[in-house]
Design a protein around this ligand. Structure first.
Ligand SMILES: C[S@@+](CC[C@H](N)C(=O)[O-])C[C@H]1O[C@@H](n2cnc3c(N)ncnc32)[C@H](O)[C@@H]1O
Length: 280
């Protein structure tokens, strides 16, 4: 049985990079009139109260969104991201953190479609209390990778597949690459955003090598390291791998990542990567 619960991690430094990248892709998709399709393979509960005892346990948000809350001088994409989270926190206090489904719904227009997948029964129940299924929003308690593949290619022929597994089983690193290859065969022009943690650097190097060997073109990688790689348990860094990114994304991240590393990482050991992993 799955045991991961995102509330323990909501708003942490990994969520900052993940949702900043998500926001930039959504804004980019919305610049064209033509409708798009959004698919969230691992949706989570959708909405997190930071006073909840589970969020309070390690207060990970204090090393993420909370550190950005009062910043006045920051790169534009960071300011955009903080503004987005403030939208979900009327008033001045940071009390809640939106998950990827709410962020997607925020940008969704009535002509666009959103598909959310969440396997865990409790998280699914929470998600369906936060977001209501309607004509253009579907919420399924299904395996997100299998179900999403069946949705491709979407009728809109434009869209984002957002893949955010918990990596509770180490086979997930290879499973996502296999699924991405299958997805790409069905929908080559789609944008794909894959989140990854750095818990064991060997696994990440394996993931990157599999992607380089996959035949998929135009892959960028963005990583934010809070501390040095370590053999001790726990996540030291995390990143986003984006296939067919908006053409502005890398330049924006080139400015944002060093700033985020110096504001969210441990002094002297934080790091970032901003790379074209596979050429166009
Ligand atoms: C990292 S969390 C998602 C966070 C969310 N994407 C966000 O950004 O707010 C991963 C979620 O995937 C769910 N999950 C795990 N395996 C799954 C699967 N095969 N299909 C769909 N959901 C799954 C877990 O229950 C968990 O809620």
């Amino acid at each position: 049985m799955l045991s991961y619960k995102h509330i323990f991690h909501a708003g942490n430094f990994a969520d900052v990079l993940k949702h900043l990248v998500l926001q930039q892709i959504l804004v980019y998709l919305g610049k064209k009139e033509a409708p798009y399709c959004l698919i969230d393979t691992h949706a989570g509960a959708g909405w997190y109260a930071l006073q909840n005892p589970q969020a309070q346990k390690n207060q990970e948000f204090n090393q993420g969104i909370a550190k950005l809350w009062q910043q006045r001088e920051c790169p534009k994409v960071v300011a955009d991201y903080v503004q987005l989270i403030k939208h979900f926190n009327p008033g001045t206090r940071l009390s809640h953190y939106p998950g990827s489904p709410l962020i997607m719904q925020h940008y969704l227009r009535s002509k666009d479609r959103l598909f959310l997948h969440e396997l865990h029964p409790n998280e699914f129940e929470l998600l369906t209390s936060v977001i209501k299924a309607e004509r253009h929003i579907q919420i399924k308690q299904e395996d997100g990778l299998e179900a999403s593949l069946k949705l491709l290619p979407p009728a809109e022929r434009r869209g984002l597949i957002f893949i955010d597994p918990a990596y509770e089983i180490k086979e997930d690193y290879q499973r996502v690459v296999k699924t991405l290859k299958n997805m790409q065969q069905r929908f080559a022009t789609g944008t794909y955003a894959l989140w990854y943690p750095v818990v064991n650097r060997e696994r990440n190097l394996g993931l990157e090598q599999s992607l380089r060997n996959s035949g998929i073109r135009n892959i960028q990688l963005f990583e934010l390291g809070q501390q040095r790689d370590s053999d001790a348990p726990g996540m030291t860094a995390s990143g986003m791998i984006v296939i067919n990114p908006p053409w502005t994304l890398k330049a924006d991240l080139q400015t944002a990542l060093p700033w985020l590393a110096s504001h969210l990482g441990l002094p002297g050991v934080s790091s970032f990567r901003c790379e074209q992993l596979v050429a166009e």
